[in-house]
Design a protein around this ligand. Sequence first.
Ligand SMILES: Cc1ncc(COP(=O)(O)O)c(C=O)c1O
Length: 408
Amino acid sequence: MLSNRGRKNSAGSNPLVTSHFTAEADPWHPQRNPEGYINMGTAENGLLYDLLKVKFDRTAAIPEQLTHYTDMRGNHELRKAFAEFYSRGLNSRIDADRVVFSTGSSAILDQLAHLLFEPGDGILIPAPYYAGFDHDFRARADVTPVPAYLSGADGYKLTVEILDENLSRASEDGIHVKGILITNPNNPLGDVYPPSLVLDIIEFAKSRQLIVIWDEIYRHSIFSDVPFTPILNLIEGYEEHVYVVYGFAKDFGLSGFKAGALITANNDVLKAIPQLTYFACLSTSVQHLLHEMLTDYNWLQNLQEENRRRIAQAYHTFTGLLDEFGIPYHPANAGFFLWINLRSRLESSNREGEMQLFRKLFDTGKINLSPGAGFHSLEAGWYRACYARSDEYLAEAASRIGSVINSG
Ligand SMILES: Cc1ncc(COP(=O)(O)O)c(C=O)c1O
């Protein structure tokens, strides 16, 4: 019954999504459900609800005009408030008409894939990369993600040479790579790229005439004092080829809102994209709440400071516990996930061994960690653990990981 397109999606959700929802259906609680699952599989920020609730409780009723159809890019007031918010720290201000809202960063990526790439074109992405990108680019637009593999052996150092080598490999394989996708701060590594590297990547993209999609969804979740370089400060002369993607799922702890935004200077895309956001227009009730948040400066500043402080604390708690269990990890400066190395605990040092340990952790330990294969990790044995949770939750998590890996 399904069309060829439909059949491509009929395999259902990827295993990371399935394990997330299995774990969420039976969640751990110290008293009410001590045998429930510990879910570290999904990058959700569980540290902010008390602050969000204060804002929700104070938000005025939805005005009548927001009960009607609105601008398919998001209403002007919201785009203006967002442009001001995002312009802080930039050399020049963003015009509200260069901002487009849709239902999540993933929706924006799907729309960019559709508007900018031909089916079969490739997009180069340093790997390990956020597992959802495969779906975002493939599901409807049929764009091929091309991993540029980084290695754990040298601390996952990203260089232009690695990008170039993987670009050549793709071209030998017959893939026409039209763009590059960078996530800074990075998921799953938690790295923040230094200004010199950001500049090198842009120069590389220019020299190879690649479209640049730059995902900054974790830009306000940097919890150490490393410098962050907003991409919009470094693209002079290449503005029309750079697409900045942001979302409220992470820094604001609002994954359920599915709110994402695009910033671009490309007039062709700005003209075409409302035809697609029409199908994925952000609900006006969410627009209303976001507008209230972005224009309440004291509340917003407090949210951002608290977010950084709370993530830093969770990071130190969780890494401290892993240190006690002798579990190595890639040190992070941002995000709320840790890329941990259980290679020495695999029965066989390959993908099968990695999946076997994942199953053991999930079925026996009732703890959900995401295996590196889903992120296109070069070496088997790495897992991503999302830790934006209470200290009590993290203590239970570490103790479960410890008892599974030490159980032989
Ligand atoms: C790097 C990155 N980009 C995009 C997304 C998708 O975000 P949204 O929920 O706004 O679609 C995620 C979610 O984990 C992510 O980590």
